[in-house]
Design a protein around this ligand. Structure first.
Ligand code: 5GP
Ligand code: MG
Length: 173
């Protein structure tokens, strides 16, 4: 498997969308205690660019969620890294690379609600609504895409391609 030569979404389009989302989030969350929480590893590139473009003060922390191998149908998710910043009373903005079935994101929301935050909101760079199994509608979406496997800007195939500044589809060969 190899990435496409031409990007599906180029670097300039991503950065333009990141700036627009950061402005929207900064307006919506003005005056709140915001924690930006990228989901490792895929959400880190997007999350950090987003935080950098935001004009309200934020705290940064991370969460790492992994679906149990061979147990995806139950949607059981295990957390190998959890936030250490206190979340009680905070507006927690989960930043994910992509929303597909919705299982990972819904498990993360459930886990974070145990910390009694003021609010938990979801921001995804890419949304594949066709893949949805668990109903989830993110408050902030970068781009809606078709049900193809994509890589780049945090998204990997066997840990490759994360560092690319654009999004590519994966091709046979
Ligand atoms: P969900 O629980 O919503 O099905 O899973 C979302 C996770 O699956 C993402 O965080 C990502 O790790 C992985 N994923 C889903 N679609 C894609 C894709 O097109 N490309 C890559 N690289 N990962 C994907
Ligand atoms: Mg992921």
């Amino acid at each position: 498997m190899k990435r496409s030569n031409e990007p599906l979404i180029d670097a300039a389009a991503i950065q333009q969308r990141v700036a627009a989302l950061a402005a929207e989030i900064s307006t919506d969350f003005a005056g709140q205690d915001v924690v930006v929480l990228p989901v490792l590893k895929g959400g880190v590139f997007f999350g950090v660019d987003l935080a950098r473009a935001m004009t309200v003060p934020v705290q940064l922390d991370f969460i790492r969620a992994r679906s149990y191998e061979g147990d995806r149908s139950t949607g059981r998710v295990e957390f190998s890294i959890e936030p250490t910043v206190p979340l009680r009373g905070k507006t927690v903005l989960i930043v994910e690379d992509i929303l597909d079935t919705g299982r990972t994101a819904s498990a993360i929301v459930e886990r974070l609600l145990e910390s009694e935050p003021e609010a938990v909101e979801l921001c995804v760079l890419l949304d594949k609504p066709a893949g949805r199994v668990v109903p989830m509608s993110p408050r902030f979406v970068g781009f809606e895409i078709e049900n193809n496997f994509v890589v780049g800007y945090g998204l990997d195939y066997n840990e490759q391609y994360r560092q690319l500044s654009a999004i590519y589809t994966l091709e046979e060969r």
